[in-house]
Design a protein around this ligand. Sequence first.
Ligand code: SAM
Length: 288
Amino acid sequence: NHKLIASPSRTTEIMQTYGIQMKKSLGQNFIIESQILDKMLLAGDVDAQTTVIEIGPGIGALTEVLARQAKQVVAFEIDQRFIDILAETLRPYENVQVVHQDILEVDFDHPSLRFLQEAERLVVIANLPYYITTPIIMHLMGSSLPFDKLVMMMQKEVAERMTAPVGSKAYGSLTIAIENTMHASVAFTVPKTVFIPQPNVDSAVLVLKRRAEPLVELADPEAFQSFVKSAFSQRRKTLRNNLRAAYKGTDVLNEHIEAAFIQAGIDGTRRAETLSLQEFAALYQTLS
Ligand code: SAM
């Protein structure tokens, strides 16, 4: 007759027992509805063969539910106060490892984390601290971790940007950064009422599923990404004007840019938001 941490009564009780106030600055909003967590696990296909990386376990609401279904859970938490609390709240679960570290500082190639590379199946499931959503995703995608899915609660607007279709207002360099290697979709939206304290924004659970092959082959993904960013630097301006400004003072001259437009078959009067990833790649490859 165990009451889950993800319930209003247990969460309040734990906070009172340990005399904890949540820190807004660290994005601390805790889930008190276990059905939401069950849906996240379903979206991540968590089973007894799955190793899960969690970011920001807090007092362990999601960690507990993961521990009951997954093979193993490795959770990274920045706030020292929760480390001792988690040792208590997660005591019954032997398959959980809590690491006291800023997720953005984690080196996933470190020997102590080598076992993650060798996991039978690896996923990341997290109720993210919203203030660093994009840096966390970039850090994970830039690592050598062989995860096949990321399932993450985030601000609804950010999830929309990551899944935006070409030509829409939300479409931008972030959409493109993700699209090449991952298929992005919103699994479900989440009301504010499932958190303590309630956040000021609406939330959604985003799923990124790794593609079998990247959509385009990029020799230097980082250089490509900064090229795309420069194309979007002034959204209302044409591609021609943004690229001319970006290459000003370099050995890429305006005539080279015009030649690249012709070769890639792209009209320079278009705006960046109308270009697909494949079109950006064609233009970039012609220019570099
Ligand atoms: N997992 C819990 C839940 O679902 O109820 C708490 C989620 S809360 C939205 C975000 C958690 O991330 C907090 O516990 C916070 O302390 C932690 N956090 C914030 N910044 C972090 C960072 N840079 N690295 C690791 N954890 C971080």
